[in-house]
Design a protein around this ligand. Structure first.
Ligand SMILES: [Zn+2]
Length: 294
C-alpha cells in the first residue's frame, strides 16, 4: 500500500464548506476538494497537488523521477477524474521532469506555465534534462522533456471554480508562480515555502540576497489561506501557515551561519547544527558550494 501511504486527503472542513456555499447542488463533499502527493526522498520530497472537480482535475507540478510521476499518475487515475490541465510553477527539474510521464498517461491534458516562467523553461529544459537524465541510469527519469504552453490568462477554470496562478515572485529561484484556489481556501506555495526539509539555496547563495524571498513569504501569508502546501516537506508535515514560519526560521539560520563562517567547511558544520533531521540534505552541499565558490 505504498501509494496510499503517500496520499493525504486535503479535506479541511473549511474548504469543503466554502465549496458547498458556492455550489449548493453538491451534497457529497467527498467528490470535491484536492489531493496531495509527496514524493519520496529520491524525488526530493516534492509536493504535487491534484485539484478535483466532479469530473475533471487540474494538477499542479509534475514531479522529478519517472517512478514518482508514475505513482502520481496512478493516484490521479484512482480519483476517476479526467485530468484537464497541468500547471508547472517554476523551472526546477524536480517539478518539471516528470511531465512526459503524466502526459503519456493523460494524453488529453494540456501543460501550462505562466509566460515568464514558460520562457525560462523553454530555454533551460533541454540542457537540464540532458545533464540530469544523462547522469542517471536509464529509466530513472523520463526519456524526453516537454516544455509547457504559455498560459495566457492568470487563472484556470475547473467546473466554475477559479484556480488563480499568481504573478511570478522570488523564492528558491527568481520566478515562481504560486497557485491560489479560493473555493478550497488553499494556497499552493510551491518553492516559496518548505517545512521539515533543507531549502534549495544554491541560486539565492549566488546572489546573497534573501530579501525578495522573505517578501514573497509575507505576500503569501497575507492571503490568509487555511491550507498552505509547501514545495517540499516530509510526508505528514503540516499544510498550514506554519510552513511560512518554518521557511523564515531556516532563512534566519542560513544567514546567521553564513555570517559566522569563514570557510565552506565551517559554514556546512554551522548549517547542519540542529538541522540533522531535515530531509532534502542534497541541497546543503550545493548551497554551501554556491556561498563559497572555488
Ligand atoms: Zn522544488
Amino acid at each position: 500500500m505504498e501509494l496510499l501511504s503517500r496520499r493525504t486527503i486535503l479535506q479541511s472542513v473549511g474548504a469543503f464548506g466554502a465549496a458547498a456555499t458556492l455550489r449548493p447542488d453538491i451534497a457529497h463533499a467527498a467528490t470535491h476538494g484536492a489531493e496531495l502527493f509527496t514524493s519520496d526522498e529520491a524525488g526530493l520530497l516534492v509536493d504535487s497537488v491534484v485539484v478535483l472537480g466532479e469530473r475533471g482535475a487540474v494538477l499542479i507540478d509534475a514531479q522529478f523521477t519517472a517512478a514518482n510521476a508514475g505513482l502520481l499518475a496512478d493516484m490521479i487515475a484512482a480519483t476517476g477524474r479526467s485530468l484537464e490541465s497541468i500547471v508547472i510553477t517554476h523551472m526546477h527539474p524536480d517539478h518539471l521532469l516528470g511531465l512526459p510521464i503524466l502526459l503519456d498517461r493523460f494524453p488529453a491534458a494540456r501543460a501550462y506555465a505562466q509566460a515568464d516562467v514558460q520562457a525560462v523553461i523553454a530555454q533551460v529544459a533541454a540542457p537540464m534534462h540532458a545533464e540530469i537524465a544523462g547522469n542517471a541510469p536509464a529509466g530513472v527519469f523520463a526519456d524526453r522533456v516537454v516544455v509547457p504552453e504559455v498560459l495566457a490568462a492568470d487563472h484556470l477554470m475547473l467546473e466554475g471554480e477559479r484556480i488563480e496562478i499568481l504573478p511570478p515572485m522570488a523564492g528558491d529561484t527568481a520566478l515562481i508562480t504560486p497557485v491560489h484556489i479560493p473555493s478550497l481556501d488553499t494556497l499552493v506555495a510551491t518553492d516559496i515555502a518548505y517545512v521539515d526539509t533543507h531549502l534549495w539555496m544554491e541560486e539565492v547563495a549566488a546572489t546573497d540576497d534573501i530579501a525578495p524571498w522573505r517578501a514573497s513569504v509575507a505576500a503569501l501569508r497575507a492571503i490568509g489561506a487555511g491550507t498552505v502546501i509547501p514545495g517540499h516537506r516530509k510526508m505528514g508535515s503540516p499544510n498550514d501557515a506554519s510552513v511560512f514560519d518554518a521557511t523564515l526560521a531556516y532563512l534566519d539560520h542560513w544567514e546567521q551561519a553564513r555570517a559566522a563562517a569563514a570557510s565552506a567547511e565551517e559554514f556546512r558544520a554551522r548549517l547542519m547544527a540542529g538541522t540533522e533531521d531535515l530531509g532534502f540534505a542534497f541541497a546543503v552541499d550545493r548551497g554551501v558550494a554556491a556561498a563559497f565558490p572555488g
